[in-house]
Design a binder for this molecule. Sequence first.
Ligand SMILES: Nc1ncnc2c1ncn2[C@@H]1O[C@H](COP(=O)(O)OP(=O)(O)O)[C@@H](O)[C@H]1O
Ligand SMILES: [Mg+2]
Length: 259
Amino acid sequence: MTEGAAKITIRDLEISFGANHVLRGVDLDLNAGKSLVVIGASGSGKSVLLKCILGILRPDRGSIVLDGENILRMSERQRMRKTAQIGMLFQGAALFDSLKVWENVAFRLLYGERKATKIARRRAIECLGKVGLAPEVGELFPSALSGGMQKRVALARAIAAGPDVLFFDEPTTGLDPITADVINSLIIEQVRALGATAISITHDMISARKIADEVAMIHEGRIVWRGSASDLDTTDNPMVRQFVEGRADGPIKMKMRKT
Ligand SMILES: Nc1ncnc2c1ncn2[C@@H]1O[C@H](COP(=O)(O)OP(=O)(O)O)[C@@H](O)[C@H]1O
Ligand SMILES: [Mg+2]
């Protein structure tokens, strides 16, 4: 796909969980080869949005067009084939504790593409190398790794099948600033190497500025602002200002349980 062509086009996307109307008409456009960072308060539906595109959650209405095809109109099987081109780094790394590191990295190759063990293992070790981890790490279980190493393994898993779209859900949350910077650099390097289109979710403004070509803010189920990373400093949008400056007072209110 040529750079600049529409890669992902989302229109009027809605999803509710019972009375909780989470996405209330999301419109989002992303061109091929671009890196978009999505910001927004906890619980605003950022992870839900990515899960809708991945096909893990089924939206109530709207369209998600990937490479010109609406994946919500596809059969389950067609959609799974289409979304298999997306690599995902899940919030909190989400590695399988009972599988060795290399098996985690090779998971999709082993169980999705049914590749031979030897081939999958070689590919896993190659991907671990791309994120700066030695082959021996592949033999360990995730519980033996530091938080930063777990995120690297999760990144290796996300890139293992050579995806052309990559999603990163809070890749640096819980890491110290130096390790976070290493992860951000690896993300940028791997997205470039694959020529991938990327959507990242982060609360961390340093990461957002580093990773993003563009930033979109989600609030009350809709995209309320979009701009370049440098616009974060100059916009007078009160919701973006509140978020960037980390203030409790402003248009974004935390939902508190009334006692
Ligand atoms: N599978 C689910 N079933 C019911 N509610 C869910 C589910 N997934 C997410 N939610 C709810 O949707 C809202 C948005 O969640 P999420 O997208 O995870 O927020 P965040 O923006 O922090 O990533 C939250 O209120 C959450 O409780
Ligand atoms: Mg989330």
